[in-house]
Ligand binder design. Structure first.
Ligand code: AMP
Length: 185
């Protein structure tokens, strides 16, 4: 059976996590967020968490090597056998390349790109108030997104790209997403 992967790309605060959660709720797909996984490691003070903490706090990326091995193990868990939404992975071109070589039975069926204005993003993040939602870390995460993650859109240009207007209400965004994504999974 093919493992169907859907990649969510978008700046911090775009609503990727919220929408991924909603979409996977009524499908047999896992919601895999590398950010959530890393924060759980930080919380539990695992070896990985201790290394990751300072990167998260500063709004910088954790090394490709660490995130790739974490994801590789997550993808072979039972709940992801049919497929998964990858929320926050890949974040760099090397991560994207590693995904191509991970499992030969997996297929990237769609790449969802969230477009949101910077001022909406800042407002959302400040309301959310996560520990890495400080002004400094937010600024850094935007820069990292532009430099390292935005090039993924061009990298995936041969794939099924779904553009989502991430402005507006959660409900409305979900309707657009469900409408477009259900053609693929
Ligand atoms: P997120 O919850 O997706 O906003 O991620 C929060 C933080 O976790 C990021 O600012 C990074 O420090 C780290 N992180 C999450 N996913 C990745 C990834 N794929 N590669 C490197 N660092 C990541």
């Amino acid at each position: 059976m093919t493992q169907k992967l859907i990649i969510f790309v978008g700046p911090p605060g775009a609503g990727k996590g919220t929408q991924a959660e909603r979409y996977t709720d009524h499908k047999s797909l896992a919601h895999i967020s590398t950010g959530v996984m890393l924060r759980a490691h930080v919380e539990r003070r695992t070896d990985l968490g201790i290394i990751a903490k300072e990167f998260l706090d500063k709004g910088e990326l954790v090394s490709d090597e660490l995130v790739i091995s974490m994801l590789r193990e997550r993808l072979i868990e039972e709940d992801a056998s049919n497929g998964a939404i990858l929320d926050g992975f890949p974040r760099t071109i090397p991560q994207a390349q590693s995904l191509n070589n991970l499992h030969n039975s997996s297929e990237i069926v769609a790449v969802v790109v969230f477009k949101v204005e910077e001022k909406t993003l800042i407002q959302r993040m400040l309301e959310r108030g996560r520990s890495d939602d400080t002004e400094e870390a937010i600024k850094q995460r935007f820069e990292v997104y532009k430099k390292d993650s935005e090039p993924l859109i061009a990298f995936y240009k041969e794939k099924n790209i779904i553009n989502i207007n991430g402005e507006g209400e959660e409900e409305e965004i979900f309707d657009e997403l469900a409408d477009k994504l259900s053609l693929f999974v």
